[in-house]
Ligand binder design. Structure first.
Ligand code: NAD
Length: 501
């Protein structure tokens, strides 16, 4: 039997084994196991935490500008190695190469933003807050921090987390998704090459055992999580109960409202990418269109049908393809099950992608684009996150009706409105109960110098991911008040509360 290449942990700057369990990593385009991943046990994760703890004092004392220079070098290395990184993403996740490149570029922009950390960490200063008295607030590192990331952005989401964490002076333990772990590992190795000292960033692969060890260990001060809502809620509750700072980003079900005055052909083009890009495996994907008026709905459905017929489904490494496979057989079965359920629930399946076969890749996890019309709020395909190439169209009479639907949904990650009416767009973005809103922008994913976060059950915690919120998440405010009274002046005791009166 052929032995598969083994993916190891990166602890204290070295690739190491650890844990007696392992699992296969598949290429979703072929359905073949191509690598074996070691799953860290408690002792391995504790070893990574110990190394991060040991590296912390010297790294915290390193001037922020020197820490930031590592990020500038890393940015160059990521650009130089983009092809190799994206080949790993496509081989393990399945998304088309151009999409892997887009994901990496967004990740690089987070590294670039982290390289401004000296500016972001400057603090606040006030002179003469009292007689001969000055006061300032500074933002100090927390210590060992950790990140747990999902499969769908294997290279970008880790880059939302650790570059800013370490540039703020923390050390880090990353636990990437066990389904597509190689790109995050390669990026961590490039960070070492860029000059990050051993132990500042450690990567442990694993599952619940690894995550639970991070959650329980007293040395871990803060945890960033991105993944599904049930796990996000568990991470938030357990991490907080163990005294940690936690931000846990969860699932989504993003609605796009199409108004009667919208530019429908352009809206249709935008919806195609937002619904079927990355096979719908994006937390900012659009799986629902809420069309205002039957004429709008008819035009959108007709337009989508035409565009879907032109889509090319196949392996992500072939540049001609628009959409690759789903990530695993289990996820394929789940998504297909949702399509079966939508039919059983009475939605109209306008385009059925269940029969798609890709020649030469019969064992790959390919599902063609699916389009439902007449989706209703009571249906499971409306309520639950499908995370696949399945778009549902709903029909409402007014913008208010569309907004009531969106506000009542358990998730509040992203939404968008297609319209030419500025007043409607302003009313929508002002009042909708969702964290990230697009106006004629289908995927309103904030740029690296804004922060990313949903509302309702799409985010547990107070601070969003990356951008300015990340600086606050990975630091503690300390406020120092300092006085230098004139030498030789004798001062009596004061028993009243000090004021400036
Ligand atoms: P997931 O929740 O299954 O896994 C995420 C991480 O949690 C992985 O590292 C995994 O190993 C770990 N994990 C899984 N089960 C666990 C358990 N029982 N105990 C402890 N740890 C566990 O998510 P996924 O399938 O990898 O990713 C897809 C999900 O992530 C979708 O719901 C998507 O919406 C969401 N997501 C959200 C955002 C956002 O910013 N809100 C971004 C990307 C993905």
């Amino acid at each position: 039997m052929q032995t598969l290449p083994l993916i190891q942990h990166l602890i204290n700057g070295k690739l190491v084994a650890g844990g007696s369990r392992s699992q296969d990593v598949f290429n979703p385009a072929t359905g073949q196991a191509e690598k074996q991943l070691l799953l860290a046990d408690k002792a391995t994760v504790e070893q990574a935490i110990a190394c991060a703890q040991a590296a912390y004092p010297a790294w915290r004392a390193t001037p922020p500008l020197k820490r930031a220079r590592v990020m500038s070098k890393l940015k160059n290395l990521l650009e130089d190695n983009a092809e190799a990184i994206c080949a790993l993403v496509t081989a393990e996740h399945g998304k088309v190469l151009s999409d892997s490149m887009g994901e990496l570029q967004r990740g690089i922009e987070n590294v670039e933003y982290a390289s401004y950390a000296p500016e972001l960490l400057k603090g606040e200063h006030s002179k003469n807050v009292g007689p001969s008295m000055d006061s300032w607030s500074e933002f100090q590192a927390l210590g060992v921090t950790a990140g747990i990331t999902p499969f769908n952005f294997p290279v970008m989401v880790p880059l939302w987390m650790w570059p800013m964490a370490v540039t703020c002076g923390n050390t880090f333990v990353l636990k990437p998704s066990e389904r597509d772990p190689s790109s995050a590992l390669l990026v961590a190795q490039l960070a070492l090459q860029a000059g990050l000292p051993p132990g500042v960033l450690n990567v442990v692969h694993g599952d619940k055992e690894a995550v639970d060890t991070l959650l329980a260990d007293k040395r871990v001060q803060a945890i960033s999580f991105v993944g599904s809502t049930p796990i996000a809620e568990y991470i938030y509750a357990t991490g907080c109960a163990n005294g940690k700072r936690v931000q846990a980003l969860g699932g989504a079900k993003n609605h796009a409202v199409v108004m009667p005055d919208a530019d429908v052909p352009n809206a249709v083009s935008a919806l195609m990418g937002a619904a079927y890009g990355s096979c719908g495996e994006r937390c900012m994907a659009i799986p629902l269109v809420v069309a205002v008026g039957d004429a709008t709905a008819d035009a959108v459905v007709a337009g989508l049908k035409v565009e879907i017929a032109k889509m090319k489904v196949g392996p992500g490494i072939d540049a001609g393809n628009d959409m690759g496979p789903l990530v695993t057989q289990a996820h394929f079965d789940k998504v297909k099950g949702f399509v079966d359920q939508g039919v059983a629930e009475g939605a109209t399946l306008v385009v059925d992608g269940r029969g798609v076969k890709v020649l030469g890749h019969e064992a790959g996890y390919f599902l063609g684009a699916c389009l439902f019309d007449h989706v209703k709020p009571g249906m499971k395909i409306y309520q639950e996150e499908i995370f696949g190439p399945v778009l549902g169209v709903m029909r409402v009479k007014t913008l208010q009706e569309a907004m009531s639907l969106i506000d009542a949904h358990e998730y509040g990650n992203g939404t968008c409105i297609f319209t030419r009416d500025g007043e409607a767009a302003r009313y929508f973005s002002d009042n909708i109960l969702v964290g990230m809103v697009g106006v004629n922008v289908p995927l309103p994913v904030p740029v690296a110098y804004h922060s990313f976060g949903g509302w309702k059950r799409s985010l547990f915690g107070d601070l969003s991911a990356y951008g300015p919120d990340a600086v606050r998440f990975y630091t503690k405010r300390k406020t120092i008040t300092q006085r230098w009274p004139s030498a030789g002046v004798r001062e009596g005791a004061v028993f009243s509360f000090p004021t400036n009166r």
